[in-house]
Design a protein around this ligand. Structure first.
Ligand code: LAN
Length: 728
């Protein structure tokens, strides 16, 4: 089929542009996700669409209505009867991981300049996704799917649409352009956007602040050496710096010339570029530059004009070396979606389109592309495999559903996947790449991506311990030695403040945050201790200690005690804990109270727990549920969502149960709310976005509506019964 952008482009996101009955999800050997479009009827017949395919494509699953649940446990069971159909044959639960709106631009601009094609169906579904996510009132795109339009989202996704063949006259683009110009045009885009537009050659490199690679040849002990930055930040700034120094840009062509006219309200060729470096639209600004950073940029601006060539060469050599090692350590996934596309451009720039690197990058690119109900997106990582399987596995065991005969096979499959996913070794170049050890850890997505994450290791370990040691007839796939390897990793990750961070120990001083150059994200310069991560780690350690009391038990005791002190200190005066990775106080508070319950702190015995419960109960709504907006994560105080959210209701109810809250009423009301939201087939409808990162970007965890709702309902069943019997 020839692709004619003028006639083939859908007029609105609602029109189906590919045949949805032809999409199939296939898996790589370690659980990576590949969506394929089958070309022929024969292929379709040979490989019928599964319920899993249909569900994520938003097609009717054909699953029957289940008997009306009479108890919370019945409802949990119905939930799992449905959810079991979404388990892939290898044992994990695939899922969409969309939300951020600055990832498709990297994918499409990066592929465009690297000469890496997309399939026709992919192009058309990306276009449709953008049509569906454009702001219906104002036009343009936000930094995430639920956010207001920003220059970052609008200018970049505008380019994506144009690259994929949509004409500038298309109503969606015409509207986006008006909005963009109103916000100041592409000159006012934040620094990461300036970078992508410069790569595309529609913004001048002189309009960027310097990104000096020389930092990488400073001695490692220097407090601001980039290996001390938060891993996502440094992993993005390495290829960014490399491409900046080479002033890499696409070759001029008609599209590029035209974009230079479309993106700017003023004449492109008369723009004073250096004056645009600090020009950031008010709509975009979340973390304004500090005076210290501005002063530093003034100095770096001068240095850029008289840098020392041999030093720069040495620095670029080191950066390129780190890029190659990162690719090789991660099966070309890299740490995340932004660095993925930047590394790809750097590799193609140096090694060409015929290189092995190009081929491997192209293969791994597929893992990030996900087709959902509203089109094709780029995911926040190559999936959230471990994170999702970790929660549902624990939910099954704690609710007792794991011991029901009809769930046994699915549980064993989950264990098999957890076995495959554990990282068995340190990566090849781990020391010279400044990586934290990985042997024994669980990552957030797949073993190939291969990064240790503290709480993923904690949840992975808990899931395995729960299944292997607490479910009758479960096989023991993961040896005691490997469980101990996981414990060793965790024991090496506690920060001096008692808490646990995400990927590594905190390596840099707090003041580095003053140098945060990315105006749209908060807290990205160093690691921080997070209540959520801390909880996952110490609950895992304490469960491990019960089963293996002789292994490093003194250290485990000490760590749990100091972590609990950290959690006490991290509690907010109003009584809740602030969530950095989920929305927001309900999320973090359920984690914190889980930790405190471990050391016997309950509503009756602890001032901390009492305050937390009072806080939560004060937020319960008339309808029995809780509803918080992602805005809470931006502004650091409770913000009501306009609608009650079933997942947040489950988090709050779990928190009250961890606390052994004495009054059954709030929990009963929560249970009724979550049950009332359940559909006849046992599933729950998608509600608002669930997750957050860097304070300002919302990200979807659509599997949470199964894992946490099932978990809460099953627990509540027992809890309420015990309470009535007077034994809670
Ligand atoms: C994630 C997703 C998972 C998340 C948890 C495990 C939930 C958390 O407890 C620890 C941090 C972690 C691993 C995390 C860190 C930041 C990520 C990788 C993401 C939110 C998914 C996407 C995001 C990444 C930074 C997106 C790319 C954007 C940049 C600013 C580089």
């Amino acid at each position: 089929m020839a692709y004619d952008p003028l006639t083939d482009v859908p007029q609105s996101g609602k029109t189906s542009v590919t045949d949805y009955s032809r999409w199939r999800l296939s898996l790589t050997e370690d659980g990576g996700h590949l969506w394929n479009y089958l070309k022929t009827d024969e292929e379709c017949e040979k490989q019928p669409q599964t319920v899993l395919d249909k569900y994520w494509l938003g097609l009717p699953t054909g699953l029957p209505a289940l008997p009306q649940p009479k108890t919370p446990l019945d409802a949990a069971r119905n939930g799992y009867t449905f959810y079991k159909h979404l388990q892939a044959e290898d044992g994990h639960w695939p899922g969409e991981y969309g939300g951020p709106m600055f990832l498709l631009p990297g994918l499409v601009i990066g592929s465009y300049v690297a000469g890496m094609p997309f399939k026709l169906e992919e192009k058309r579904e990306i276009i449709r996704y953008l049509m569906n996510t454009a702001n219906p009132e104002e036009g343009g795109w936000g930094i995430h799917t639920e956010g207001h339009p920003t220059v970052f989202g609008t200018a970049l996704n505008y380019c994506v649409m144009r690259i994929l063949g949509v004409s500038a006259d298309h109503p969606i683009l015409a509207k986006a352009r008006v909005k963009l110009h109103k916000m100041g045009g592409a000159c006012a885009i934040p620094s990461w956007g300036k970078f992508w537009l410069s790569i595309l050659n529609v913004y001048d490199w002189d309009g960027n602040h310097p990104v000096p690679p020389e930092l990488w040849v400073l001695p490692d002990w220097i407090p601001f050496h980039p290996h001390r930055w938060w891993i996502h930040t440094r992993t993005v700034y390495i290829p960014m710096s490399f491409l900046y120094c080479h002033r890499f840009k696409a070759e001029e062509n008609e599209l590029i010339l035209s974009l230079r006219e479309e993106l700017y309200p003023q004449n492109y060729y008369k723009i004073d570029w250096p004056a645009q470096r600090n020009n950031i639209a008010a709509e975009d600004l979340y973390s304004p530059h500090t005076k210290v950073l501005d002063a530093l940029y003034a100095i770096l601006g001068v240095y850029e004009n008289c840098h020392i060539p041999p030093l720069r060469r040495a620095a670029l050599k080191k950066c390129y070396d780190l890029i190659v090692k990162e690719d090789e350590n991660t099966g070309y996934q890299t740490l995340g979606p932004v660095s993925k596309m930047m590394n790809l451009i750097a590799r193609v720039y140096v090694e060409g389109r015929d290189s092995e690197a190009y081929k491997l990058h192209m293969q791994a690119r597929q893992d990030f592309m996900w087709i959902g109900e509203i089109g094709m997106m780029m995911c926040g990582t190559n999936g959230s495999q471990l994170w999702d399987i970790g929660f549902i596995s624990q939910a099954l065991v704690e609710t007792g559903l794991a011991t029901e005969e009809e769930n046994h096979e699915s549980l064993v499959k989950a264990l098999e996947w957890l076995d495959v996913c554990q990282i068995k070794d340190n990566p090849r170049h781990f020391e010279v790449s400044y990586r934290h050890p990985t042997k024994g850890a669980w990552p957030f997505s797949t073993r190939t991506q291969g990064y240790t994450v503290s709480d993923c290791t904690g949840e992975g370990l808990k899931a395995v311990l729960y299944i292997q040691n607490h479910v009758k007839n479960a096989p023991k796939l993961i040896s005691e030695r490997r469980l101990k390897d996981a414990v060793d990793i965790l024991l090496g990750m506690q920060n001096p403040d008692g808490g646990f961070a995400s990927y590594e120990l905190i390596r840099g001083p707090k003041w580095l945050e003053y140098l945060n150059p990315a105006e749209v994200f908060g807290n990205i310069m160093t690691e921080y201790s997070y209540p959520e991560c801390t909880t996952s780690v110490i609950t895992a350690l304490s469960i491990f200690r019960k089963d293996y009391p002789d292994y490093r038990s003194g250290e485990i005791d000490r760590i749990i005690r100091s972590s609990v002190d950290f959690l006490h200190r991290a509690q907010k005066p109003e009584g809740g804990w602030f969530g950095s990775w989920g929305i927001c106080y309900t999320y973090a508070t359920q984690f914190a109270l889980e930790s405190l319950s471990l050391v016997g702190e309950t509503y009756a015995t602890s001032e901390y727990v009492k305050r937390a419960c009072d806080f939560l109960v004060s937020k319960q709504r008339e309808d029995g549920g809780w509803g918080e907006s992602y805005k809470a994560c931006e502004v650091h105080h409770w913000v009501e969502h306009k609608d009650t959210q079933s997942i947040q209701t489950s988090w709050a109810a779990m928190a009250l149960m961890y606390a052994q809250y004495p009054d059954p009423e709030p929990i009963e009301r929560a249970v009724r709310l979550v049950m009332s939201r359940q559909l006849a087939d046992g599933s729950w409808p998608q509600e608002a976005i669930e997750g957050i990162f860097n304070k300002n970007v919302a990200i979807a965890y659509p599997n949470f509506k199964f894992s946490f709702n099932i978990w809460m309902l099953g627990r509540a069943h027992r809890y309420l019964e015990n309470l009535k019997a007077g034994t809670a």
